[in-house]
Design a protein around this ligand. Sequence first.
Ligand SMILES: CC(C)(COP(=O)(O)OP(=O)(O)OC[C@H]1O[C@@H](n2cnc3c(N)ncnc32)[C@H](O)[C@@H]1OP(=O)(O)O)[C@@H](O)C(=O)NCCC(=O)NCCS
Length: 191
Amino acid sequence: MTELGPSTWPPAPIRTERLVLHESGARDRAAFIELFASPEVGTYIGGARSRDEVERAVPEVPGRRPGLFVVDLDGAMIGMITLDRRDAERPGHVRPDGGEAELGYMFLPRAWGRGYAAEACAAALDWFGGAFPGEPVVLCTQTANDRAMRLAAKLGFTEVERFEEYGAEQWFGVWSADPAGHDGARTSAAG
Ligand SMILES: CC(C)(COP(=O)(O)OP(=O)(O)OC[C@H]1O[C@@H](n2cnc3c(N)ncnc32)[C@H](O)[C@@H]1OP(=O)(O)O)[C@@H](O)C(=O)NCCC(=O)NCCS
């Protein structure tokens, strides 16, 4: 996975009805550690790491790179969204040369089930559609990850293919901004 590219980064903080998306800072470190050490969060993405290991690995300012949004609720981080370039060597592509922008999302379990991930991802896709006009976004998740699958559908991703990777069945989908200016996420995330 490589970074999205610096041209349009960082954008001004993005405000939604309930949330703010922004570049990470030192004050987000504790929440990053909580995310990476959470067994629930890690269930379908390689498992949780021990808190000690995560404490040692997470830098003072975690996640400061193009394409990584911290998501705040009432001034505190509840999750993160990533838009990175998908490695050409991995299975799952919509462009022959690879390097598609790929959406990723991780939220703290206490923030699940409130529509926050959908609201934040819709805003991130909206930003992407403006910054990279006409570019598709891809997404890959284990088919067993019900919440991630429901979120992908809600955001307007459609299935391209399924394949085995990391010993599990993966769902690979694509999203494109509506050329009329309304992205697929915004029009369907409320449902
Ligand atoms: C994947 C993940 C981000 C999904 O989070 P989520 O909170 O379930 O997703 P949403 O924001 O779409 O919320 C959906 C739920 O909020 C409910 N909801 C409650 N209030 C709502 C509101 N005001 N607006 C919209 N939805 C609302 C919806 O009904 C829905 O409930 P359901 O899941 O029972 O159907 C989360 O499970 C996660 O972080 N998992 C760990 C990391 C991971 O696996 N990431 C995926 C890697 S590909």
